[in-house]
Design a protein around this ligand. Structure first.
Ligand code: AP5
Ligand code: MG
Length: 191
């Protein structure tokens, strides 16, 4: 069973590569950003609260996202071949909570894939997407904040998995297919 985390700065290609990984390896995609945007679209209480953080480029509180994700993981891991987590864990506290969730289900994380992309390329991709995405966080001011928050809060999650020998950095520049080829090489060595 492959249980993968795909991680990296805003715009590095987590969602894009997750779609390809899901197709090839038959994993279930759990994107915390997508789960939150669904709540925003429904205008639920949770969605309204989440939007106040997301539109400013801040992370939503750990407890909120851990509650959402633990429910989704426990529903999925019993019925699927494996999961790909996109956008979670984003803090060391979330990584610790994930370890506990997986242990309680008698499962474990196989690997964290860290997509490495130059900052200017990240900004260019997100500004381009912002022309059509309708996402409240795809604008220059919020992108800058998201990149700062990533460095402060999310980059340390890499060390957490490096210490467990469950870490692979992947060069995230180039065409979507080239990057997917690099990811496939890493995942094929873990099957
Ligand atoms: P989230 O939805 O996870 O956003 P993000 O991390 O900022 O990343 P994006 O979804 O913007 O980018 P991506 O890496 O998926 O890249 P994509 O494939 O789309 O989170 C949003 C917010 O929700 C957070 O800021 C936070 O507030 C909250 N949140 C979510 N999870 C949370 C958590 N665990 N804890 C707390 N808060 C949480 O690609 C980007 C663009 O580039 C696309 O247009 C794509 O077509 C294009 N592209 C992709 N690959 C290439 C390529 N190789 N060449 C050219 N263009 C490319
Ligand atoms: Mg995404």
């Amino acid at each position: 069973m492959l249980n993968i985390i795909i991680c990296g700065a805003p715009g590095c290609g987590k969602g894009t590569q997750s779609d390809l990984i899901v197709d090839k390896y038959k994993l279930t995609h759990l994107s915390t950003g997508d789960l939150l945007r669904k709540e925003i679209a429904k205008k639920s209480e949770l969605g309204l609260e989440a939007e106040s953080y997301i539109s400013k480029g801040n992370l939503v509180p750990d407890k909120m996202i851990i509650d959402i994700l633990s429910k989704a993981i426990s529903e999925q891991t019993s019925v699927c071949k494996g999961i790909i987590l996109d956008g979670f864990p984003r803090t060391v506290a979330q990584a610790e909570a994930l370890e506990t969730m997986m242990a309680n289900l008698n499962k474990e994380i196989t690997l964290l894939i860290d997509l490495k992309v130059d900052t200017q390329e990240l900004i260019d991709r997100l500004l381009l997407r912002g022309k059509t995405s309708g996402r409240s966080d795809d604008n220059m001011e919020t992108i800058k904040k998201r990149l700062e928050v990533y460095e402060q809060k999310t980059a340390p999650v890499s060390d957490f998995y490096k210490n467990k020998n469950k870490y692979a950095a992947v060069h995230g520049m180039g065409t979507i297919d080239e990057i997917f080829g690099r990811i496939s090489t890493v995942l094929d060595s873990k099957k």
